[in-house]
Design a binder for this molecule. Sequence first.
Ligand code: SF4
Ligand code: SF4
Length: 136
Amino acid sequence: MVVSKRIVLHFPKRMVDRPIVYRLIKDYNLEFNILKASVTPQEEGLMVLELKGKQEDYDKGIKYLTTAGVRIQSLSQDVFRNEERCTHCGVCITICPTDAFELDPSTRRVKFDNERCLACGLCILACPPRAMEVHF
Ligand code: SF4
Ligand code: SF4
């Protein structure tokens, strides 16, 4: 069975230069599409990937990543914004890897599109008034 999943990889600074994605293709026959890659202010590497391949290859690839020290964000989480807390400061706009936040130029308010959210958790840590919440 072929599976296709979107995942968020967080890898520590020491691994930023390692050919992680290359190994996924070469050793585990996985196809991928990089949706976003960045280095956060803490210099942790972050990559949003669409990964596709046979279920057994996918499982082995994920095992390789976790063994190598990569943290894979669970996408079963649901992220919400507490509208009463949000001050529309805009911090989340630059930090979100999937562009789920957007400034409405006419109202100067920040819109949140949770359809785009991959539950990486970065905005939850970064939001000054703690308006972003994850519900399990
Ligand atoms: S960082 Fe928090 S307070 Fe600021 S716009 Fe985003 S959700 Fe609202
Ligand atoms: S958790 Fe926050 S930063 Fe991460 S994808 Fe969702 S909205 Fe963007």
